[in-house]
Every structure is written in structure tokens, then in C-alpha cells.
Ligand binder design. Structure first.
Ligand code: 16C
Length: 253
């Protein structure tokens, strides 16, 4: 029996699955919309370009709250040979995470809310002399169709949530994350027949935003140095990982 007011039907292996609206559906909707707005805001005053390499540009805004660094970060990149769906899929899927994530000790899924939404519990590498951080967040992948002709926009949002299976245990400190990866696919010199699109015709425009609150005091200079080094390293490593993984596979539009 479906008791919730709103139900959606999704095809799964040829059957229709009726899903009730889960407890986080409204929050997810709100946060996804916020990111879609935020991604359109340009980086102007207050944003510093902290790293530039080829097509990649990483910006941050220095912000502190009660003496704790919570600098928002925005990264733009263009990657040849992959689609936005591929980039988002590899970022969202649990099975690939430890192959590209270098700042984690562990990751696990503690709940599946629907086919596109799971809850992760992660243990981050310790940055000396600060206490080790962990995180618990819902992770949602979504495809947004703009029009019949255009390629859809894909996005993944990772957003902190409490969970009974992930109690906060000292000495770990729980960080607060609000991260989004938003990708558009561009088809260059499109062949007349869409079936003939090759990887060389593809380009993915990626925007990555991270709003991280370390959840407790950490020396600001240290955090800013780690962030300046680690975000560009993550973007480079993760995107080349996806390029390598998909090179000889059929294109996932
Ligand atoms: O978005 C990324 N990864 C996703 C899947 O894991 C997910 C992650 C969200 C949490 C990101 C917070 C990372 C802070 C961890 C601090 C440990 C850094 C260890 C470095 C050791 C060499 O969305 C990709 C995330 C890429 C993270 C780059 C690191 C940024 C450091 C920012 C400083 C935060 C405070 C540190 C407190 C000690």
C-alpha cells in the first residue's frame, strides 16, 4: 500500500515501480533548486581565482563563521570526450569512489532512499593537527531536460543529514557538507545522424561547488592550504579517471 500523497512511477526492469515520497524528498527538491540557481551566479567580487590549469579554473571566497573557515568553492572545467551523465554517474556511484577519492579512509552506503538517492557515511583522512572528520550525507543524482533538442543537464548533490546508523563518536568531528556537481554536454560538429556521434564530438562543461563547514575549529591557514591543494587535485584526478574509464565504452548520454 502506498500511503503518501504523491507517488511517482518509474520503469524498472520492465515493471512499473510505485514509489512513495520518502522523508527527504522535499529537502532534496529544495536543495537541488538552490544549486541550480547558485550555479548561474557568476563569480565576481569577493571570489579569488586560486588555481588555473588548462580549462580548469578554481575560485573561492574567504568566509569565516565564529572563527571557523567555511570558504565556498566553485570550480569550472571543460572535459573532452565524455558526457555530463558519465561524469555525474562516476561521481555518484559508490563502486568507483575509492578509485578516485584520495582524501577518504572509508565510505559506505547506510541507506537507499530511492534508485537515485542514497545516504553515505564517510571517514575522511586526518589532517594533522586537527581531529579526524567524518561525514554523513544524502547523495542524489538527477537529469534535467531543458528541451527536446538540447542535451540534458545532469547533477549530483551531496548534502549533510543526521542518521541513526551514523552517530557522532568522539574523537571524530562531523563535518557539514553541501556539494554539487552540475554538468552539461556539448556536441561539437554534430553529425546529421545522432547515431554517428563519436567521443571526439563530445565536451562536458562541469561546475563543482563545495560549501564545507569543518564542524569545529581548525587552524585557518592550514585548512586554506589543504583546500587550495586538494580541490584542484581532486578535479584533475576524478575527471581523468572518468575519461580513462569511458574511452572504450559506448557513450552514455
Ligand atoms: O566532493 C568530493 N567528494 C565527494 C565524495 O567523497 C563528497 C565529499 C564531501 C566532503 C568533502 C570534505 C572534504 C574535507 C575532508 C578533509 C580531509 C582532507 C584530507 C586531505 C589529506 C591529504 O562530496 C571531493 C572532495 C574533495 C575534497 C578536497 C579537500 C578539501 C579540504 C577542505 C578543508 C575542509 C576542512 C578540513 C578539516 C580538517
Amino acid at each position: 500500500t502506498v500511503t503518501n500523497a504523491t507517488v511517482v512511477s518509474t520503469p524498472h526492469e520492465g515493471n512499473l515501480v510505485i514509489q512513495g515520497k520518502h522523508r527527504l524528498a522535499n529537502e532534496i527538491e529544495r536543495i537541488v533548486q538552490e544549486h541550480l540557481q547558485y550555479v548561474r551566479e557568476s563569480v565576481s567580487h569577493g571570489w579569488d581565482l586560486i588555481h588555473q590549469e588548462g580549462e580548469m579554473k578554481v575560485y573561492r571566497r574567504e568566509v569565516e563563521e565564529n572563527g571557523i573557515v567555511i570558504d565556498p568553492l566553485k570550480c569550472f572545467h571543460t572535459i573532452k570526450g565524455v558526457t555530463g551523465h558519465e561524469i555525474c554517474r562516476y561521481f555518484w556511484e559508490y563502486q568507483y569512489r575509492m578509485e578516485w577519492e584520495t582524501t577518504l579512509d572509508s565510505t559506505k552506503i547506510i541507506e537507499v532512499l530511492d534508485p537515485d538517492t542514497v545516504i553515505f557515511f564517510q571517514l575522511h583522512k586526518r589532517v594533522w593537527p586537527a581531529a579526524q572528520r567524518d561525514s554523513c550525507f544524502w547523495s542524489h543524482i538527477r537529469c534535467i531536460s531543458n528541451s527536446e533538442e538540447d542535451q540534458p543537464t545532469w547533477l549530483v548533490v551531496n548534502y549533510t543529514t543526521p542518521h541513526p546508523l551514523a552517530p557522532i563518536k568522539s574523537p571524530q568531528v562531523r563535518l557539514v557538507a553541501n556539494v554539487a556537481l552540475i554538468c552539461e554536454t556539448i556536441i561539437n560538429e554534430p553529425p546529421l545522424n545522432p547515431q554517428d556521434i563519436k567521443r571526439e564530438n563530445l565536451e562536458c562543461k562541469l561546475t563543482y561547488v563545495a560549501l564545507i563547514n569543518p564542524g569545529g575549529w581548525v587552524p585557518s591557514v592550514g585548512v586554506r592550504n589543504v583546500a587550495k591543494r586538494e580541490y584542484p587535485r581532486f578535479i584533475k584526478r576524478f575527471t581523468s579517471y572518468v575519461v580513462d574509464q569511458t574511452r572504450d565504452k559506448p557513450i552514455l548520454f
